[in-house]
Ligand binder design. Structure first.
Ligand SMILES: Cc1cc2nc3c(=O)[nH]c(=O)nc-3n(C[C@H](O)[C@H](O)[C@H](O)COP(=O)(O)O)c2cc1C
Length: 185
């Protein structure tokens, strides 16, 4: 798989098989984040694996899934068995958002290559999840990345007049993307 194929194959997945991703694969993803582009090369991010069943169960209720779908949250038996928590280390710098985007994107693309699927999670209750994960005070929780083997399909469709993703009759997520001509100025 080349880079462009991985970019187009990567889609957000919210239903997973119950197979736990290999720790070596999760660490491989973090290793890709390690070498991402960072402003001033400050590398202010830290990462934590969440694969312990008690922890994955404890963080799940504090995540909002699929805001555009009426019933988009994974059900029992579809929930992720692994997450990667992304933190900003305030001892290194204060602004993290752009750096986190580069890091998460690198991890998501590596996941595609590893046969894994991801869901980048920003609609999370950071206070409650931070309490579960109990990180040192200098680490600010930015995002979770759900990681697992996909139990649903997703595909890009041409955008007509709405950005909202939707499920088709097969349960496949259809993700409208603007046409190339429409984003060129
Ligand atoms: C910063 C950010 C935060 C996101 N937060 C959530 C979230 O909390 N819950 C969720 O189900 N999806 C979340 N997503 C996934 C988006 O809904 C998804 O990327 C978008 O619908 C496009 O689909 P695609 O990733 O397959 O292209 C987030 C994506 C980004 C970039």
């Amino acid at each position: 798989m080349n880079v462009k194929e991985a970019i187009f194959a990567r889609r957000t997945i919210r239903k997973f098989t119950q197979e736990i991703p290999r720790e070596a694969d999760l660490l491989d993803m973090i290793d890709c984040a390690r070498v991402a582009a960072y402003g001033a090369n400050m590398q202010p991010l830290k990462f934590r694996l969440i694969t312990d069943a008690a922890e994955t169960d404890a963080v799940f209720p504090h995540i909002k899934w699929a805001g555009y779908l009426p019933d988009g949250a994974p059900k029992e038996g579809e929930r992720p068995k692994a997450y990667i928590a992304v933190y900003g280390d305030t001892d290194i710098r204060g602004g993290f958002e752009t750096d986190a985007g580069a890091a998460v994107t690198s991890m998501m693309l590596d996941a595609v290559d590893l046969g894994l699927a991801t869901c980048w999670l920003g609609a999370i209750d950071r206070d409650k999840i931070s309490a579960v994960l109990n990180a040192p005070g200098n680490l600010k929780l930015l995002y979770l990345l759900a990681v697992g083997y996909p139990a649903q399909d997703s595909r890009i469709v041409e955008m007509k007049d709405d950005v909202k993703y939707y499920l088709d009759e097969n349960g496949t997520i259809n993700v409208p993307k603007r046409a190339l001509k429409d984003i060129l100025i």
